[in-house]
Write a protein that binds this ligand. Structure first.
Ligand SMILES: [Zn+2]
Length: 760
């Protein structure tokens, strides 16, 4: 596994197959598709940033890279992808084997270009806060202090806007000095750019242009009119703070049997159109803070009557969520508008109720937005995550904007699509495959928002057929993949990052494929695929699909004698994969009925933007055991891990659980840790907290920390994740451990079935 981690550290890429199946038929029989999870802006400490523009092939536009063959005498380079011969330009004339430009150094397969000629002016990032006021006073208080803290951390050069909403939408004029002023829109309808221009007096005292193609200063909008609503963070601290300070609960009376009138959709429509008018094509994010369900106007998810419950997975399944499709359609329109403008939607959903994350998902995901889900604006999951976004230190996200990602592939490799936060630019090329998965039909994608963590899953299609060509193929033949990301860096300039990687074609032997199999990457890809299919394919049966995939993989790559289950074994390269699939079947991504549609949408959006390591933590949580007998020890995710004298630390990505065995809990309640002579116990109690602090510090969104005791009500956070090896219906409960009340099959039963089916 370590060699895959080394490759990831170098280029931010992991692939399930690192030796590529040689033909289309082989690729299909490998079950897990040829694919890559790539983190375009991964922070790579030694990556060079060069102050000039890249050299491109004049045929296919791919970029010169360490794999390009160079004729130093003739000053010519051969394109890695189309084999075109390209002349080096004049300023490369001194190139020689001993005088290479950085982009040809073998170790710089990932490099950034920052050409001063091409970057143009440094663009200030724009943030529009869209704030829900239909929340109780206590929540308003939490939100106020979080927003005040966040605005202090905004980069000084950024522009800020402020919109509040409840029954109506209010756009606050921050550039108006001390007199607070705002524009009000009805909550019942979406608002177009034309209406914004008209109603917000962008042409006050001036001739209105005759055509409606007005947008931004380039098209003649005065910067004074824009700066009424978007103000430099450094200049608006006072006004912004006073607007935040005066935030008040929506004044409209709510009858006792009704929900608040909350026009989330209209507010986001106003924000999108305002950005479209003021800063089209320049990096901007709408940060929405929502404290309850949308009940008014476009994008509503439930009626105001409290007798009608908010849609559940059961309702969606039975097609009895009347507002769902309409709301998704509305947010799909918002997504299109934002992608066209190059802007991002971020959502901070903080409520005990659902707010409509499931409906908004399309707009967040296609624009590369961030989503954080918490119970309250006072919860650390929200507060700390919000601060983390703006922290500039290494822990910060490095929010970047306006990305366009393009790819190049060797002959016989095509792209089916991307599963992840981006939007297809529908630029169909010879590289796009006929079959489409996720954002496809293209070889270029828009990434309105991207950061150091954003990770995309590329699903390829191998088009090579068996024929005279493949027979002549020699072992060790290489193929190449290139990723080119052009984006607005968090410091403002435009940059271009290229990553070029090389992998070997398989010549036919299964052992070659097995040696190149990265089972963690495979689990992450399969998790994205199954989530995607569950959302897009009607009547898709995830359990059946996963089981069949696993059986086919084991039949192809396992060692066994036919019809003899006991003879079955897997190479170490594949041996954990069944366990990943077992846990994926039980995970929140597949067992959706234990969660609300909002939670499911949140889990999936987070999965779909994370790298392989984090995806694996979501699929198969890690468990560490602490006791007097030994130091911290990783243990199997199994009910037998529980013991009265043990402390367990579970990291399931979204939550971190510290679980005290019953004896430990009793000692703690008796206060032994504070008594002299019990320093070792105090240390034992503290150790898992130190570890959880370290995990929480690194992670975004910040996970929920649960500290609980055996048999306590919160213990379910641990028990739900454990293999039910000692379920209440087990014939022979193992000694120790905890009985888990579930009808799920245990891992042993699962493996037993798998071996029987694989050898048939
Ligand atoms: Zn070329």
């Amino acid at each position: 596994m370590s060699e895959f981690l080394e490759l990831e550290a170098l280029d931010g890429i992991r692939m399930p197959w690192n030796v590529i199946p040689g033909t289309k038929e082989d690729a299909v029989s490998c079950v897990v598709p040829v694919s890559a999870i790539y983190t375009p802006l991964k922070s790579i400490p030694d990556m060079p940033v060069v102050p000039y523009a890249p050299l491109r092939c004049r045929m296919c536009r791919s970029i010169l890279n360490p794999f390009s063959r160079v004729d130093y005498n003739a000053k010519i380079w051969l394109c890695t992808f189309c084999f075109q011969r390209n002349q080096f330009p004049q300023h490369y004339s001194s190139i020689s084997e001993n005088n290479l430009p950085p982009e040809l150094f073998p170790q710089y397969t990932t490099i950034e270009y920052m050409s001063t000629a091409e970057t143009g002016p440094v663009m200030p990032p724009v943030f529009i806060f869209v704030v829900d006021t239909c929340i109780i006073e206590e929540e308003i208080g939490y939100l106020k202090s979080a927003l005040a803290q966040a605005t202090e951390l905004l980069p000084d050069n950024s522009l800020v806007g402020f919109i509040t909403f409840g029954t109506y939408v209010q756009v606050h004029e921050l550039g108006f000095g001390l007199l607070p002023k705002s524009y009000v829109f009805k909550g019942t309808k979406e608002v177009s750019k034309e209406q914004i221009l008209e109603q917000m007096c962008f042409f006050a005292g001036k001739q209105k242009p005759t055509t409606w193609v007005i947008a931004g200063t380039r098209d003649g909008l005065s910067s004074e009119s824009i700066s009424r609503f978007l103000v430099p963070a450094s200049e608006c601290e006072f006004v912004l703070n006073s607007v935040i300070e005066e935030l008040q609960k929506d004044p409209w009376h709510i009858p006792a049997d009704q929900r608040a009138s909350r026009c989330t959709g209209a507010a986001l429509s106003v924000a999108a159109s305002l950005l479209g008018v003021c800063v089209p094509g320049s990096g901007a994010r709408i940060m929405a803070f929502v404290g309850g369900p949308s009940t008014e106007g476009p994008g509503s998810i439930v009626s105001k009557s409290l007798t009608e419950p908010i849609r559940s997975h059961k309702d969606l399944d039975k097609d009895s969520a009347p507002l769902f499709d309409k709301a998704v359609k509305f947010y799909d329109q918002i997504a299109k508008q934002l992608v066209h403008q190059g802007h991002v939607l971020d959502l901070f959903a903080c409520a005990v109720d659902q707010v409509g994350v499931a409906e908004m998902k399309v707009a967040i995901e296609k624009t590369g937005g961030i989503v954080v889900l918490a119970e309250s604006f006072g919860h650390s999951v929200f507060k700390d995550s919000l601060l983390r976004i703006f922290q500039s230190a290494d822990n910060g996200l490095g929010l970047s904007f306006n990305g366009i990602l393009e790819i190049n592939c060797s002959k016989d490799v095509k792209i089916q699509g991307i599963i992840g936060p981006c939007s297809s630019l529908e630029k169909k090329s010879p590289l796009s495959a006929d079959t489409v998965i996720g954002q496809g039909n293209t070889s270029a994608w828009k990434m309105c928002g991207l950061d150091k963590k954003t990770s995309l899953c590329f699903v390829y299609d191998i088009s090579r057929k068996v024929g005279p060509d493949t027979v002549a193929q020699q072992t060790g033949e290489q193929l190449y993949l290139q990723f080119v990301t052009y984006y607005q860096h968090h410091e403002g300039q435009m940059r271009l990052r290229t990553t070029t990687i090389s992998r070997q074609w398989a010549s036919g032997a299964a052992t070659e494929l097995i040696d190149g199999f990265d089972q963690e990457a495979a689990a992450a890809v399969v998790a994205r695929l199954v989530s995607f299919k569950m959302e897009t394919e009607a009547d898709f049966d995830p359990i059946r699909w996963l089981d069949r995939a696993l059986i086919r993989l084991c039949t192809k790559f396992g060692d066994y004698q036919k019809e003899t289950p006991s003879s079955f074994s897997l190479s170490p390269r594949l041996s954990i994969f069944p366990q990943f699939m077992f846990n994926l079947r039980r995970s929140q991504f597949v067992q959706v009925f234990n969660n609300s549609p909002d939670e499911t949408a949140y889990f999936r959006m987070t999965l779909e933007r994370e790298n392989v390591g984090n995806a694996v933590a979501m699929i198969q949580p890690s468990l560490i055991s602490y006791s007097f007998q030994s130091g911290p020890m990783p243990v199997l995710l199994d009910a037998t891990a529980i013991g009265p004298d043990k402390i367990l630390l579970l990291d399931s990505y979204f939550s971190v659980v510290i679980f005290h065995g019953i004896t430990i809990a009793q000692w703690r309640k008796a206060g032994y840790q504070d008594q002299e002579g019990h320093e070792a116990f105090a240390q034992l109690l503290k150790a898992p907290h130190d570890e959880s602090d370290a995990i929480i510090k690194e992670r975004f969104p910040v996970p929920r920390l649960v500290v609980c005791d055996q048999y306590g009500s919160q213990a379910r956070f641990l028990l739900a994740k454990l293999n039910p090896s000692v379920a209440y219906n087990s014939d022979n409960p193992a000694p120790g451990g905890d009985v888990i009340f579930t009808d799920d099959v245990s891992f042993e039963v699962f493996m037993d079935h798998l071996q029987r089916l694989a050898v048939q």
